[in-house]
Design a protein around this ligand. Structure first.
Ligand SMILES: [Zn+2]
Length: 130
């Protein structure tokens, strides 16, 4: 049967349809994809924010003295933001090549931070007594 793939209309609207939320970055008129609705950011400002947060966490974790609870928080941040980024970027938005490259770079940053965290944890084993 032809057109079997087009089941999107059953859900009421296409997932790529931008929300009516404005990007929370001052003066930005970028559209907020549905997947980024919880953070109220357009694709560009979301990647900038994630890059920024990751750089800060990387500095925080580089010595391997990050408390376990904080490490869990960071791991959750990486997973959540990686998922949001994946959903937003594969939801059918028309993205410029430059933006696609930026998205890939942000994934790389998230992966590297996760890897860095494991390496830091190995240097300073997490206490299991608590
Ligand atoms: Zn924006």
């Amino acid at each position: 049967m032809a057109g079997g793939v087009l089941t999107i209309k059953d859900s009421g609207y296409a997932p790529a349809m931008p929300t009516h939320t404005a990007c929370s970055e001052n003066g930005c008129k970028g559209q907020v994809p549905a997947a980024l609705e919880p953070v109220h950011l357009c694709m560009l400002h979301f990647t900038l924010k994630v890059e920024n947060d990751c750089a800060q966490m990387r500095r925080e974790t580089v010595y391997g003295k990050t408390p376990h609870a904080r490490q869990v928080e960071i791991i959750r941040f990486i997973a959540d933001h990686g998922e949001m980024l994946a959903r937003a970027s594969t939801s059918g938005l028309h993205l410029a090549d430059e933006m696609k490259a930026r998205i890939l770079n942000t994934f790389l940053t998230l992966m590297n931070l996760r890897e860095n965290l494991d390496r830091a944890a190995l240097r300073q084993p997490i206490g299991r007594s608590s």
